[in-house]
Every structure is written in structure tokens, then in C-alpha cells.
Design a protein around this ligand. Sequence first.
Ligand SMILES: [Zn+2]
Length: 275
Amino acid sequence: MYLHSRPARADKPNEDYVAAAGGTLTQAILLDGAGGPSELPTGCRHGTPWYVAQLADAAMAHMRNPMIGLKSALQRAIATVTDEHRDYSCDLDHPGTPSSTVVMVRHMADTVEYLVLGDSTFVADVNGEIVAVSDKRIDQVGADLRKAMAASPTGMPEHQAARIRFVEHQRRMRNKPGGYPCVGTVPEVAHEALTGTLPSAEVRRISLLSDGATRFVEFGLGLWTDLFDILGSATPGRLFDQVREAEAEDPKGERWPRAKRHDDIAAIYVEGAEL
Ligand SMILES: [Zn+2]
């Protein structure tokens, strides 16, 4: 098992988060928190790094209950963390309240269960066939604003101004019809997750990835099988290095238009034999 997360910048906290546990019940969780540009308020006194760590802890605890499914475990975890906010009088209805994507995996008996909410990815090698699951509805939101952002070079003030307008719109579309699902302070959003099961005897390897990590495939640096091979090698950190090198070669986002030059990267990798 390998898990690692690397922040986009040394001077900014990491908003991706990974946790995993082995034993009789192998389970893993990956979160990609959305804090947004620091110019925008959130109504929360805790902050996004706190939020993703709390949510991961709560979800890992609820996943240990074999009597409930992953959606219920996530729903209970959101309720747990929402109560924590409430104790500190955070504004739970603020459109900028810390939110996150979630990928959860649990191996129980002869089944691997997965849950995906948002644009992070679960990918499995099932007897040589790739199963990749991600909810990319967020990519359809604010297409015009995204285009305006891509029109100016990443890192320039006009790009940042366009990014703020884009994120403000994204925030308004969270968990709205025609928008996209993301985990925040409303437990029922867990039912929006994509879920499935795989027979563990056929699962050779699995990975949980934030969109910072799937840039490896999206930028064309390699295929899913290449990604698995790197993560399963003696030097899995090469995946992170290769993404960072590609980003550095395209600092202004001309070849690969994107909101942020660098993004937090997170990955968990588990081989079938470890399940
Ligand atoms: Zn809070």
C-alpha cells in the first residue's frame, strides 16, 4: 500500500488528504478540499485543511461498521463534522463553506466497494481491464467563465480575477440542479455519490486519485496502466515528479489550460494481494 499527498506550493496548506488502514478490513479514503482563492470568504473559522482531516477521520470510523454501506458512512461523517462547525458558530449555509470531493474504498469479505463523489477518481485494474470512476459534472459548470480564465496566462492578475469570478459561480452551483455535487455541510448529498462493487479475487490493483494526480493521464503523460506501474514501483513518487515537471513546462497554461498552475496531488495505491 502506498499513500502520499503533496501540496501545490510550499507556502500554502495542502487541501488534499489521504488515509488508509489494513488488516481484516482494508479501507481507504481520499479527499480533495475546495477552499477557493484566499480573496473569497468561507463563513468557517476552521478552514479547509481542518475540514478534510475531520471528514476523513469521521468517515474512516463510520466505514468500520460493516452493517452500513459507504453512502451511509459518508452521510454520518458529514453530520459529525457539521456538528463540529456548529459548536464554533460557523455559517453552515455560506456558499464558500469548506467542501470536498470524496473517494472511499472498503474491502470486506470477497468484495471491494467504492464510492466517488466529485471529480476525484477511483481506478481499478480488474483482470487487466481498467475501471475508472469519476464525476466530472463540475467541468460543465460555467463554461464561459472557464474560457475567460483560460484566455489569460496563469499567474497573471487578470487570470486570478477571472478565476475568482469562475469560483464564485462554481460555489453558487454546488449541489444545485444543473450544477455538481460536492460534500459540504449537508449529509444527504452522500446519496449523489457514484458507487459500485468489484469481486476482490479479480482486482489486481486499485488507486484513489485527486484531480492533481489524474493530470498524469489528462496531460497525456501516460495511460492508467502506466500510472499503476509507477505507483507500484520502488519509486512511486515519480508520478508526482512527472506531473510537476509537465506543469513547469507549461507555466502559463497554454498547452493545458487550468485554474491553477500547480494543484495539490494525492494518491493511494493498493495491490490486490494486500486486500
Ligand atoms: Zn468551521
